[in-house]
Design a protein around this ligand. Structure first.
Ligand SMILES: *Cc1c(COP(=O)(O)O)cnc(C)c1O
Length: 354
């Protein structure tokens, strides 16, 4: 079976050497040496000022909302993984959806501004499939309306915008290090901010609000990453160049073969690519379903990312259905892309699609 993605497994010997060290120290969690080392390495690799490791990408979003005192409602995109909206609801914040740009599939800044109300306290955009949002426009809307911006950067690992990390935009950006993501720690995530005081507050929140041996300052929760996760992360990070070049080759082959047959994502001209996903748009939902079936009969498993559009989920209580998001969501399919997908399998996928 060829799946839409396959978790990257780094060199086993290398991982086992890290695990031997964990056994020697018997320090399994609570900001151990590998968590500390991974934070430093990721800050360098990504080019960001503060990075706090957490146990997954959904909690990264939840902690970001808490640390920034987000309440009432937040304006966001309906075209994303469910965690973007459900994390808001979980924190008692109502997601209000603005429609997306039908070419870039990112939230449309003009539509975002239209739905801002006195109740709104934040903007939560997503760099969908790693494609940078219109960050300058979103930034000026946020300043004008005095709103916080939290970017869900779960797909944007390593993406540069105008030569610098895309993740520097917003009050906070979050990452997911889930096994299926470009860079992973099995389960995991990170919170990124340029604000040192905010970073301090986040570190408190993820460890029960504890500030010293006998001192608890505020209500916190437990979102710590453990040493086994960090060891996996250190190993994967050392192999990022291989991961990226393998994905790039697959991505470019799909692009050259399918660009003329399918609508593909219009990429932000100032952004670099990270080759995380290869989504294509079919002319109709029925055509998509018939091709997905044909692929499936050939043991090729694709995924309808992101379907359904989040405004259609009853628990999101959206006032209206958003045209572009529902239209794209109903016709989009993500093709298999991962380090290790061989070219004969990829050719088979392309043949079936054509
Ligand atoms: C994967 C993902 C998340 C959630 O991350 P987890 O680490 O699985 O909790 C959030 N938002 C988006 C857009 C994602 O793709």
């Amino acid at each position: 079976m060829i799946n839409v993605t396959k978790a990257y497994l780094p060199d086993k010997e290398k991982l086992f050497r890290y695990i031997d060290k964990i056994y020697e120290s018997a320090w399994l969690t609570n900001n151990g040496q590998f968590c500390q080392e991974l934070e430093v390495r990721l800050k360098e690799y990504l080019g960001v000022r503060n990075l706090i490791l957490v146990s997954n990408g959904t909690l990264a979003l939840q902690i970001a909302y808490k640390a920034l005192d987000i309440s009432g409602s937040a304006v966001t995109t309906p075209f994303s993984f469910v965690a973007t909206a459900s994390s808001l609801l979980w924190e008692g914040v109502r997601p209000i959806f603005a429609d997306i740009n039908p070419k870039t599939w990112n939230v449309d800044p003009e539509k975002l501004e239209e739905i801002i109300s006195p109740d709104t306290s934040a903007i939560v955009p997503v760099h969908v499939f790693g494609n940078p949002c219109e960050v300058e426009k979103i930034d000026s809307i946020a300043k004008k309306h005095k709103l916080k911006v939290i970017y869900d950067g779960a797909h944007a690992f390593g993406v540069k915008y105008k030569g610098k990390s895309l993740l520097n935009w917003g009050d906070v950006a979050t990452l997911s290090f889930h096994a299926t993501k470009l860079f992973h720690t099995i389960e995991g995530g990170a919170i990124i901010t340029s604000d040192d005081e905010l970073a301090k507050r986040i570190r408190l929140l993820i460890n029960f609000g504890i500030t010293g041996p006998d001192k608890i300052d505020c209500i916190g929760i437990n979102c710590k990453m453990n040493e086994f996760q960090a060891a996996m992360g250190l190993c994967v990070l050392q192999e990022m160049d291989q991961i990226l070049s393998a994905r790039r080759e697959i991505w470019e082959f799909y692009d050259s073969e399918l660009r003329n047959n399918f609508q593909t994502q219009e990429w932000n001209a100032w952004g670099t690519k990270n080759y995380h996903y290869f989504p294509v748009i079919f002319s109709t939902p029925d055509f998509l379903i018939s091709k997905q079936k044909a692929l499936n009969e050939n043991q090729i498993n694709t995924r309808r990312y992101f379907f359904p559009s989040l405004d259609s989920l009853p628990f999101c209580e959206a006032k209206e259905r958003l045209t572009n998001s529902n239209n794209i969501a109903s016709r989009i399919l993500c093709l298999p892309i991962y380090c290790g997908l061989n070219s004969s399998d990829q050719k088979r996928i392309i043949e079936i699609l054509k």
